[in-house]
Design a protein around this ligand. Structure first.
Ligand code: ADE
Length: 243
């Protein structure tokens, strides 16, 4: 059963490609897809690109053309929950689109005709991902925390403390306690929901979605994200059965 590993950043993907056994590269829909094996598992690696539409296109191609039967997303995010700090990890329990608003036709944040705002990540894959993240933190000697909760996705890089506060408050008023913001996860979760495939997502916190977010993000992406992604994926693959 082919596992797709969808990365947000080049830096995260590079380390995985280097480890790929029998790598095979295909260009499709303006994207690179890498097929091969990692620890004996058939995998396909891709970059999501940035934003919800780009990520949904990549996820659809992974499923329709490359036979992905489960998708794991690794990336970085801005921490907005209390106590969610740079260097921590958030594993998604649910994912919501913070910029989706078809009110008054539908409640704010609800995905029209789905009757729901949040998409819940696959419980089993998520539990394995949580354990992999804890193992990776130990292997990397990192002191950060592993959180499990809501990721909020939208087509916006949040780089202002006031905007982050408003976003978190508005979501909370609708019953959503967001831990971090990013730009793709909920879109991929919706695609996997449509196809009935398991999905799990992990985000390492690169910034606090405030005025220094863009600086923190760049440094983190270059220096840290790839090490986290490799360690997490390696630990996850150890725990998955080969099918
Ligand atoms: N990904 C990493 N940091 C982010 C931020 N502050 N806003 C949106 N996506 C992000």
């Amino acid at each position: 059963m082919t596992l797709a590993i969808l990365s947000a950043l080049h830096d995260e993907q590079r380390g995985l490609i280097e480890q790929l056994y029998q790598p095979y590269r295909t260009l499709h829909a303006g994207r690179e897809f890498w097929q091969g094996q990692l620890q004996g598992h058939p995998v396909v690696l891709a970059l999501s690109k940035i934003g919800k539409v780009a990520a949904a296109t990549t996820a659809t191609a992974l499923i329709e053309k490359f036979g992905a039967r489960r998708i794991v997303f690794t990336g970085v995010a801005g921490g907005i929950g209390p106590g969610v700090q740079v260097g921590d990890i958030v594993v998604a329990h649910q994912l919501v689109q913070h910029d989706l608003d078809a009110s008054p036709l539908f409640p704010r944040f609800e995905v029209p005709f789905y009757g729901q705002s949040g998409f819940t990540a696959d419980p089993q894959l998520t539990e394995q991902l949580l354990q992999a993240c804890r193992a990776a933190m130990v292997a990397l000697g990192q002191p950060g925390k592993v959180h499990h909760g809501l990721l909020a996705s939208g087509d916006q890089f949040v780089s202002c403390a006031q905007a982050a506060h408003t976003l978190r408050r508005d979501l909370a008023l609708a019953g959503h306690d967001a831990l971090a913001v990013e730009m793709e996860g909920a879109a991929v979760a919706q695609v996997c929901h449509d196809y009935g495939l398991p999905f799990a997502a992990v985000r390492t916190i690169s910034d606090r979605a405030d005025a220094s977010a863009h600086v923190d993000f760049k440094v983190f992406a270059r220096d840290v994200a790839s090490r986290y992604a490799c360690a997490i994926v390696q630990a996850l693959l150890k725990s998955l059965s080969i099918q």
